[in-house]
Write a protein that binds this ligand. Structure first.
Ligand code: PLP
Ligand code: COI
Length: 364
């Protein structure tokens, strides 16, 4: 059955930021601090399906205190970016992949699956009113955050019959305060991020809530991110709190963990494709912390990086654990890491041909 067209309503924000205020924010956005003037809101109910799609002023959401999401965490989200090209056009990167991942996350959290068309239309609608928030400064973008949650006022534990889907947008510079220089990460051995059969592969708030304490431990150790191991044997690499991890071997092979309990990163998938295009071997397989330790000591593993929408590609200089350290906090950024990062961002910003058809124009 074809997805029915949505009848959109747009309510303009009468108190939108002035151009001067907006430019001031765009000059130094950081990550996740500021929000554009509007947001998208679509309702869903068991009987009514998706309805009442609108673009409205960004602002507080009114919820009953008994709304299910506040009690049982039934929510999912996505993250992707809008980029301005040199000719002023606005594009996003592989939005169908985010839309489909949101469907998989929703399925796991017993939420309704938003059609891919609605997901992408929502991004277009928001950019139509807030396009001036996409900066043309180097390495900046507009981070788009679609999310969906159970808003039914009901305390019984079952999937909610009323759900809301929103998209908000936040101008973004570098995710880490140090820019693109190598980061140190902390190995969490006391906590797991996700277990077998759990929600690790879904982009749902609970996974991030459970990463906050180990993330705080990482910060105490002077580390920018936490690395989790598998929850069964405590041996195999999973991912960081908010990014995937990739190891580069001396012979040019890229290795990244295979696991049912990590997020299938779209940045990782894209980077691995670019590496394959250059003739690198790519392996998605289990990789143990001992393999990393031994490989780094012997010189077999020459670079390690983190990747994700927010972090793009960030070199990892050092891994700190309670009783050992790998690498060096002052290590220079890996050459392949930086050149893959450059190629990916060149495609995203329209400086290189989009040979894999990854870009979708949002402002036309
Ligand atoms: N892993 C986690 C836990 C994340 O939060 C993210 C970021 O979205 C990623 C991996 C990378 O995913 P993507 O490249 O699709 O942004
Ligand atoms: C993203 O990269 O989109 C994420 O959701 C990760 C988070 C650390 C902001």
């Amino acid at each position: 059955m074809a997805t029915p067209d949505l009848l959109w309503q747009t309510i303009r924000n009468e108190n939108a930021k002035s151009e001067v205020e907006r430019e001031e924010i765009l000059a130094n956005p950081g990550f996740g601090h500021f929000f554009t003037d509007h947001m998208v809101d679509i309702c869903w109910s068991t009987g009514g399906g998706w309805h009442r799609p609108r673009v409205q002023p960004y602002g507080p959401i009114s919820l009953e205190p008994s709304a299910a999401v506040l009690h049982y965490g039934q929510e999912v989200f996505e993250g992707l970016k809008a980029y301005k090209h040199a000719d002023g056009s606005i594009w996003t990167f592989r939005p169908e992949a985010n839309a489909r991942r949101m469907q998989r996350s929703a399925h796991r959290l017993a939420l309704p699956e938003l059609p891919v068309e609605y997901f992408i239309e929502s991004l277009r609608k928001l950019v139509a009113v807030d396009g001036s928030w996409v900066s043309d400064a180097d390495e900046t973008s507009l981070y788009l955050r679609p999310f969906m949650f159970a808003k039914e006022a009901f305390l019984g534990v079952r999937p909610a019959n009323k759900v809301a889907f929103y998209v908000i947008a936040s101008p973004a510079g570098a995710y880490f305060t140090g820019g693109v220089s190598p980061v140190s990460i902390w190995l969490s051995t006391d906590y797991s991020r996700a277990g077998k059969g759990g929600t690790g592969a879904a982009k749902t708030g609970g996974n991030y809530a459970s990463s906050l304490l180990p993330q705080a431990e990482a910060a105490e150790q002077g580390c920018a991110q936490v690395l989790f191991l598998d929850s069964v044997e405590g041996k195999y690499l999973e991912e960081l709190g908010g990014m995937n991890i990739v190891l580069v071997y001396k012979d040019g092979t890229l290795v990244t963990p295979e696991s049912e309990s990590i997020l299938e990163g779209i940045t990782r998938d894209s980077i691995l494709q670019l590496a394959r295009d250059r003739g690198h071997a790519v392996e998605e397989r289990r990789v143990s912390i001992d393999e990393w330790r031994e490989g780094a000591a012997s010189g077999d593993i020459v670079e390690v990086f983190a990747c994700g929408t927010a972090a793009v590609v960030t070199p990892i200089g050092q891994l700190k654990a309670a009783d050992f350290t790998i690498g060096d906090a002052d290590a220079p950024a890996g050459e392949l890491t930086m050149s893959l990062r450059q190629e990916l961002t060149d495609i995203q910003y329209g400086r290189l041909p989009d040979r894999h058809d990854w870009l979708t124009r949002l402002d036309a």
